[in-house]
Design a binder for this molecule. Sequence first.
Ligand code: HEM
Length: 409
Amino acid sequence: MIPAIPPLDPMPVPAPIWLVKALLWVTFTVHLLFMNVTLGGAILSAVYALKGKDRDRALAKTLAKMLPFVMPFAITFGVAPLLFVQVLYGPLFYSATILMAAPFLAIIGVLIAAYYGMYLLAWKWTALGRAQGWLAAAIFLLLAYVGFTYTHVFTLMTSPDRFRAMYLAHPDGVQYFFGDPMLLPRFLHMVLGSLAVTGLLVAYLGTRRLRLEPELGRWQFKAGITWFAAATVANLGVGAWWLTALPREAMLLFMGGSALATGAFIAGLVFGVSALVLALMGINSLKPLPMLMGAGHALAVTLICMVLMRDTLRDALLKPAYDVWALPSDSQWVAVSLFLVLFAGGLGVCVWLLKLMRDAARANAAKGDEGNRGPGLTDSGLHRISAEDSQAMRGGLAPESGQRPRVEP
Ligand code: HEM
């Protein structure tokens, strides 16, 4: 008889399962954060570029310029969990990707096309004129294709009983499988999550403009919070849809069947709703930054809970055909230590690069190039500057007039 799951790699897992799992969770959480900002940044850049007012286009430009920087982080932090997925779920992951070989391999070309699009958008922003919004929308569609195909592959790999029939139906690998009720809510949950995370980032960038451009900063802050809140409320519904689309035994895991799944579910809900409440409380506050930071931290915890829930769900769906915790392991500590050292070094390089970027942005700001540096962590800056000063900052007063904005103590 042909087994549903191809036989295991004869090599044992080269590290304890808990360690590989932990690394998968950590790296996937980072991937999610950058992926969310890439996907959400592309949608919001398209929406605001197409809206057309000056303030909308300025925000669209900020997001468009950010895309070429965040996309490489999304990809690099995608490769890392891919390694751990291969180690833990190799026979399932490879089978699913072989069954969907054509759409899966196309991801490489699609990502390259999206990347070129981002550079074009960021570098030729002015020359593109009204085409900016359409190009950003095309980038979003390309990224959405990547996301949808990933959702498909990672859903399919939890259904090894489908492999044989799918292979016989399309041995050439040109296929998707749309019959799984989990697919659509799972994908929508990711897209809405991306909008929420990017909305919060937009709000944060809005607070950074408050000191020099109070009205614009406040508008951007409110716009970001509105995106965040709307996407999060919608996600509560889509999350419930996803839960009800699960097979009954899997759903019961989150209702007390498994301590980890239930704990992550409750904590995810509590922190998600807290993020929403904090963000909404900040919307009319004169000093919104503490609320915004609180919302950001609560959202980060929610993301971690979602990663844990998704992983426990995968293991539950695979049982009893495949028990990842029972895989043979033979730890090679020298290789593991070398990996951890290089991993820590890589993270250090990322932090250093981000610091360089921040310093360069500050240097530009000091030269007056889009210099909207923010007011600090607890000060909205609103009380410091009057409306007429803000006009002066935005060009209402000629710089050579010698009049400097009046900064109140
Ligand atoms: C920037 C474009 C990308 C987008 C929009 C994107 C989107 C997504 C989405 C939506 C998921 C969740 C799928 C699900 O429902 O389970 C996901 C998972 C994943 N992505 Fe990405 N992805 C991108 C790039 C990449 C790249 C280039 C890699 C690797 C080379 C990668 C590796 C992974 C892995 C390994 C997972 C699953 C981790 C796990 O199951 O624990 N991604 N991605």
